[in-house]
Design a protein around this ligand. Structure first.
Ligand code: G1P
Ligand code: ZN
Length: 543
């Protein structure tokens, strides 16, 4: 008997969130925890017999063990072939690309994205469909249903093959192909961007620092920026992926990528800086003494994308998640492009991209990408900015200034209140929902509520409806706030308060966002009653 059928029983709480199942690593290490979920994935997609899967993850603690377990389960469930990144490593966008490139039946990605790694930190797993994108809710619902009724799983009894050596091997009847995690992805980037022009930029002493935060993008950035584009050695820092990310919190924002921020804001700092997250799908863009908010980055890319060879024909359309600022909407309106507003989470962009309705998508949470894959893509955004800088001859600060002069500035900030006890978060959140209908017409300082609702989305392609996607409170054209509960946290509840105010007066485009948003912040707190419900007055993280 080489295929073992192991008896198990349902484990509570295996409901996939915004981006797959995320839990503390030690939870994933409990008996049957990973196995139950993997079997539920296989069953939820109609089995894997005869199918080909891509498997890899961001290299965090437990990644290699999990890859081997999944290989043994895939073989026992009759999969025909597994394509695995060497060492079990694949960035999320590279995994998405491999799924598409090889026309596979999907893939399993191991990552808790930007959450810290290590035995006492976070781990995660998600299934991506054959289009390369995160499974839609219909699939994750089926997977979750499976976790509630599971009574056994299948696993190959012998050891998994060596995953550290590139080449072809087998496990039972399943072919196992161990591939270079970087090469295909780097080749794809060469088809999208003007590598010659970017190379010339570096040859002309343009300086850059890329902080890989000891996570997965190190090898990708080193190959692309230093080897293929000729940036000097040392451009990429923290470039070796480590199981605990070297203790760094690999979330590319000014709070967690503070080492990069310090370098970029120093007198003699580089011209351009960027960071990526644990699994390589997020990005932060910084110029010398100039931080670019992700919402502005998306809008600026929309305005300039045709400078990159892969986008020279223009964009079919753009999309942003609801809490993302409307800066990109202004560009879309000016260029006559369709513009979509979707719920939070990259999975909602998939149908629009598959249907050819949008080519560029973004979220305020440091996610930007295009239809070259079906995930957001950190390095892609970095290369897009480099291409725009090379093509326009303008630096980051200049580009941003011009952009605001042309389109106005959507001042924007997100305030996160983390690890709030769930009951307290519910009091604040449900209390606000209950009061929404009374808010319209009420004034808070100079601001009057013009609309207030819970965001629902009807997918224009398949007609599926997603309710309860965040609370919106609008103050006419002056601004809005949005309140959401995080779907990726692993401790208590995280409340996200998104704040936005449009400024079109050319004399007022240079304010600190927190100052420009002060009235909206005050109104939001008065309306939500956050302090009364949770005792919180100050956010834990401001981006
Ligand atoms: C967060 C971000 C969201 C992003 C997701 C996965 O989800 O806010 O935009 O798609 O991570 O990277 P949240 O914790 O808010 O549910
Ligand atoms: Zn990520």
């Amino acid at each position: 008997m080489t295929i073992q059928t192991v008896k198990t029983s349902p484990i509570a709480g295996q409901k996939p969130g915004t981006s797959g199942l995320r839990k503390k690593c030690r939870v994933f290490m409990e008996p049957h925890y990973l196995e139950n979920f993997v079997q539920a994935i296989f069953d939820g997609i109609g089995g894997v017999a005869g199918k080909t899967l891509v498997i890899g993850g961001d290299g965090r603690f437990h990644n290699d063990v999990a890859v081997r377990t999944i290989l043994r389960m895939a073989a026992a469930n009759g999969a025909a072939k597994a394509i695995v990144g060497q060492g079990g490593l694949l960035s999320t966008p590279a995994a998405s690309h491999l799924i598409r490139l090889n026309q596979t039946d999907g893939g399993i990605i191991l990552s808790a994205s930007h959450n810290p790694g290590g035995i006492d930190e976070d781990f995660g797993i998600k299934f991506n469909t054959p289009n390369g994108g995160p499974a839609p809710e219909s699939v994750t619902d089926a997977i979750f249903a499976g976790t509630k009724t599971i009574d056994s799983y299948k696993i190959w009894q012998g050891d998994a093959p060596d995953i550290d050596t590139i080449g072809n091997t087998t496990l039972g009847d399943m072919a196992v192909v161990i591939v270079d995690p970087v090469a295909d992805y780097a080749d794809l980037m060469e088809t999208l961007f003007d590598f010659g022009a970017i190379k010339a930029l570096f040859a002309d002493n343009f300086t850059m620092q890329f902080d890989a935060m000891c996570a997965i993008t190190g090898p990708y950035a080193t190959e692309i920026l230093e080897k293929r584009l000729g940036a000097p050695a040392g451009t990429v820092v923290h470039g070796t992926p480590l199981p605990d990310f070297g203790g760094m919190h690999p979330d590319p924002n000014p709070t967690w990528a503070h080492e990069l921020m310090d370098v970029m804001f120093a007198q003699d700092g580089p011209d351009f800086g960027a960071a990526s997250d644990g699994d390589g799908d997020r990005n932060m863009i910084v110029g010398h003494q100039c931080y670019v908010s992700p919402s502005d980055s998306l809008a600026l890319i929309a305005a300039h994308a045709q400078n990159a060879p892969g986008y020279k024909g223009g964009l079919s359309g753009v999309a942003r998640s609801m809490p993302t600022s409307a800066a990109v909407d202004r560009v879309a309106a000016a260029l006559g492009l369709p513009c979509f507003e979707t719920p939070t989470g990259w999975k909602f962009f998939g149908n629009l991209m598959d249907d050819g309705q949008v080519a560029l998508c973004g979220e305020e949470s440091f996610g930007t990408g295009s239809d070259h894959v079906r995930e957001k893509d950190g390095l892609w955004a970095v290369l897009m900015w480099l291409n725009i800088i090379a093509a326009t001859g303008q630096g980051v600060a200049e580009l941003l200034k011009d952009h605001w002069q042309t389109y106005g500035r959507n001042y924007y900030s997100r305030h996160d209140f983390e690890a709030v006890p769930t009951e307290q978060a519910d009091v604040a959140f449900d209390g606000l929902i209950a009061r929404l209908s009374e808010l319209v017409g009420q004034s808070y300082g100079s601001l009057t509520v013009s609309a207030a609702d819970e965001f629902s989305y009807t997918d224009p392609v398949d007609g599926s409806v997603s309710h309860h996607q965040g609370i919106r409170v609008m103050f006419g054209d002056d601004g809005r706030f949005v309140l959401r509960k995080s779907g990726t946290g692993t401790t208590g509840a995280t409340l996200r308060l998104y704040l936005e105010a449009l400024e079109q007066d050319p004399a007022k485009l240079d304010q600190d966002p927190q100052d420009a948003l002060a009235d909206i912040i005050t109104a939001a707190h008065a309306i939500i009653g956050l302090a009364a419900a949770t005792g919180r007055t100050k956010p834990d993280v401001v981006t």
